[in-house]
Design a protein. Sequence first.
Length: 491
Amino acid sequence: MSVSASPSQPDVEHNPSGKTFFGHPRMLANLFSVEMWERFSFYGMQSIMIYYLYYSVTDGGLGIDQGVATGVIGAYGGMVYLLAILGGFVGDRVLGPERTLFYSAVLIMLGHIALSLIPGVAGVVVGLVLVAIGSGGLKTNASALVGSLYSKTDERRDGGFTLFYMGVNIGALIGPLLTGLGWGAWGFHAGFLLAAVGMAFGLIQYALTRKNLPASAHRLSAPLSSSEKKKFSLIGLVILIAIVALVATGIINPFNLSNWVMALIAIGAVALFTMILRDKQITADEHSRVVSFIPMWIGNAVFWALYQQQFTVMAVYSDTRLNWHILGMELTPNLVNSINPIFIIIFAPIFTLMWTKLGTRQPGSVSKFSLGIIGVGLAFLIFLTQAGNMSVNVGWIVLILLVCTLAELSISPVGTSLSTKLAPEKHRVNMVALYFTSVALGTVLAGWLGKFYSMETEVPYFLSLGIGTIIIGCILWAMNKWITRRMAGVR
């Protein structure tokens, strides 16, 4: 898939070979591939996990209440992004982005193996904890490594992140298809095993190519001193003991898990913002850029609170309302999770080409964010056309997810790219982690909101979320000049 070419002004640090991948640094292809396999395993597992939780024991599930199951899935998704804080800390100060990514991939593979081999709730707990820790580390550092391939002024940067995002969604497309087949043929645990095999492929591929990353991929931004290592090790041990105690005593349980995770995310985000903004070593421009990110952070959380309902409310909707009897076949409801990746694969190259061709004439990040937020609000209003219909044509969810996809391409890869552009030099990975805390909050909200959805409440549910989100997108649009001034030269 690579093409040999010489850029007009090659940068030795960011593209030492001069070879390109669709006009981008060659190593983007390798990161594209490892992220593809990681997303294959992540979304393949997640697409069947909610059904594993609430299907009856006779159907191979655990028989957990449906509302609790959506809350658990949302809390788990939120924990993945919350643990990006830990991944950012380890990448910046302990192992460096490159090694952190490698060890995170190992944890993810072990988590899927646990889900496939350990029965019952024990397997869910062990497996999801390992996958959450690993995914938090991998997501943050993979994005930071993509950022390391470009200089801060390289206009290809947004296009490169969008191309990388296409790799994410190739994995997200194939994963649910194959794990769904495994579930249908041999049961849930076979589906989880296929997710483990996919992650193993990604790990092997990355191990063979990791040496080609630029020197900055291995550099620690601020290595820990001996005293700091002791201090943070003690803090980590205290937190671990506290969590085990709270779970063992039932204070943290499946019914309130999402509330705990939301509180942790809020504390983590405030702590990260405070740590970066109070750092005396960052410049005035870097301080201003971090301040500009605050309204973007809020808008991004709102977007993901709706978008991530693909794995909670939309998953239940797919199981209970969509007619999956197509061309004489009875398809599995988890296939709803493969619709969005198809659109990403189709439209991501178009968006990449569009941003690359427009160059300095492309809309600024605030405009792109606003359009994405408004777009996902409009998608939720489309649900109102099928209110009360108990056998909804799959075409309607296809339309809704098409609108969600166009909104996603306006905000998600752009948001990751923006976090690397606004990042102070000392906090390269921490800034990406901060971005992911907004995704974390939105994701856990997607599960928490699910308990308010039912056949009886669907009209006020979709109406209020759709209109409210559109209003927030319009407010962000109105703040464009204020935010852009504080970005200090970053668009």
